[in-house]
Design a protein around this ligand. Sequence first.
Ligand SMILES: Cc1ncc(COP(=O)(O)O)c(C=O)c1O
Length: 330
Amino acid sequence: MRIEELQTPALLVDGTAFAHNLETMSSALPGPRLRPHVKAHKCTALAARQAAMGHPGFTCATIREMEGMAAAGLGQDLLLANEVLDTSRLGALARSGARVTVAVDSEATIEAAARGGVPEVVVDLNVGLPRCGCAPDDAGRLAELARGRGLEVRGVMGYEGHVVGLEDRAQRTELVGQCMELLVKAHAAVGGELVSAGGTGTYDINTWASEIQAGSYALMDTAYGKLDLPFRQALEVLATVVSVSPGWAVADCGLKSLGMDHGNPTIDGASVWFCSDEHLTFSADPLPAVGDRVRVIPGHVDPTVAYHERLHVVDGHDVVEVWPVDLRGW
Ligand SMILES: Cc1ncc(COP(=O)(O)O)c(C=O)c1O
């Protein structure tokens, strides 16, 4: 199939840029030094390529991602890097043979893991991002509590999400050091083999973590494109110009096909005005004609992919593979 035959909006993955990204990351963080996060792509076909690069374990954000990865034969070592209170499905997954580890940050989440039959946990720490995670000096107590409930404590995790996107490398480096100081100290109190942290923006400067949970590097977006990273933009939304007025044009992709929390997407050679539900209004000189195709580069990869059912891997104008985005849902 040629990309001209695709219905729009459609996600395109540049196969060459994607391969470059996987190779670059795997040579920097070989084998278990990288625990790729599947939340960025929600696609087992893509995860299988990451596994083939030698990474045995994966990070997930949802129960559905954990189940889908195991069903695809990628359940050798799955970390759910989120807190869960209804652990019944995770327990069933562990009993079916997948290795299931879940993040805990409270007595309630430890109790839920034990009750639901999830055998292994990591203690999740708040290292500065106001999201999940216990206070650093409470980690040792929670680890003891978990062990007392019969759980295997594999170590700690602490995601420096407020740091990964900082454009200034010196500032990023300084702050990641502060975050990881907390994590390393807590690890001494908790024990276990894992110090799990990091993302695409800190993959090479977070030298404290035993494994990095990067996900966006595989496809990239314009937010990470502003940083000094060696990864290439591999993801685009292909759209069709459906209307042209004096001064602007409108393409058929909008808020419902683009993650917008990191700002407007970009179009090479054009200026994006705004997105509404199904429309993207932009100007360019010269303006395109109705029926022309445009390539829209998303600001944030994770929510963009989650809006779509499939990824089209392209080589020039040829669609060489179609990968279902099969880890959507909850
Ligand atoms: C817990 C956790 N770890 C790691 C990441 C890193 O992902 P990325 O490589 O996309 O920055 C995220 C992203 O949101 C996350 O939520």
